[in-house]
Design a protein around this ligand. Structure first.
Ligand SMILES: [Zn+2]
Length: 234
């Protein structure tokens, strides 16, 4: 099969799966038809089917499990943020997406989220996720890479309170995209012991403003926090 024919075969399988997801014929947790069945249905090689399934895996749409048990086969999953995160990280690494622009976009989304969280309907239990992360970051023995990971989870936990899954997914991906850069900056600059106290105090301020449903204050504090950290890192 020529290269363009392989490409078309691959696209046909992807389009078919997209249509099936849209129509609800395929749902989360469902199993895709086997490789051989798909190859026969589209009149293409099993290699082309495998290729299409690998692309879906990279996009976070399916997960392949080997073996013959009830959990084997290719399952429909939903993991959009890891896929977006990997793509963003690659483009940040290639310097196609400047870190400065990613940081600006992050500020836009986080301030929007915290402003909207003030009037959104969330339960005290939902805030507990962020509280647990806040408390975990108090541990003085945490290596900086673990702290920055908890830090990113804390921001995502707060942003989910606004109730917009597209915004929280994109935020998660953006944090993922700049985490490597943040860890490098921490290592390069040193002075982590002093910075970490400031970060803790800033997080506490943001958390309290969110808990008090003060949207203006929490948005202002999160902007100052991100700008301060980015200023430290460059
Ligand atoms: Zn933070």
């Amino acid at each position: 099969m020529s290269e363009s024919a392989t490409g078309r075969a691959h696209d046909a399988v992807l389009r078919h799966i997209e249509d099936s997801l849209r129509s609800g014929e395929l749902k989360l947790g469902d199993r895709l038809p086997g490789e051989r069945a798909l190859a026969e249905q589209f009149g293409i090689s099993r290699a082309s089917v495998r290729d299409a399934i690998r692309s879906l895996e990279v996009m976070g749409v399916v997960r392949s499990a080997t073996g013959s048990g009830p959990n084997s086969g290719t399952i429909v999953v939903s993991d959009p943020s890891s896929a977006l995160g990997v793509a963003l990280r690659m483009h940040v690494a290639s310097h196609h997406l400047p870190v400065k622009d990613v940081v600006e976009a992050r500020i836009m989304m986080e301030t929007w989220s915290l402003e909207h969280a003030a009037s959104a309907a969330w339960s005290p239990e939902q805030l507990d996720d962020a509280r647990r992360l806040l408390e975990a970051m108090d541990d003085d023995a945490l290596p900086s890479q673990v702290f920055t990971l908890l830090d990113s989870q804390f921001h995502v936990a707060l942003s989910t309170l606004a109730g917009n899954v597209v915004v929280s997914t994109m935020m998660e991906s953006m944090r993922e995209a700049i985490r490597g850069y943040i860890d490098d900056a921490v290592e390069r600059r040193g002075g982590w012991a002093e910075a970490v106290d400031t970060l803790r105090a800033q997080h506490r301020g943001i958390f309290e403003a969110v808990e008090a449903r003060d949207g203006e204050r929490s948005a202002r504090l999160v902007r100052e926090h991100i700008e301060w950290f980015y200023g430290q890192a460059i």
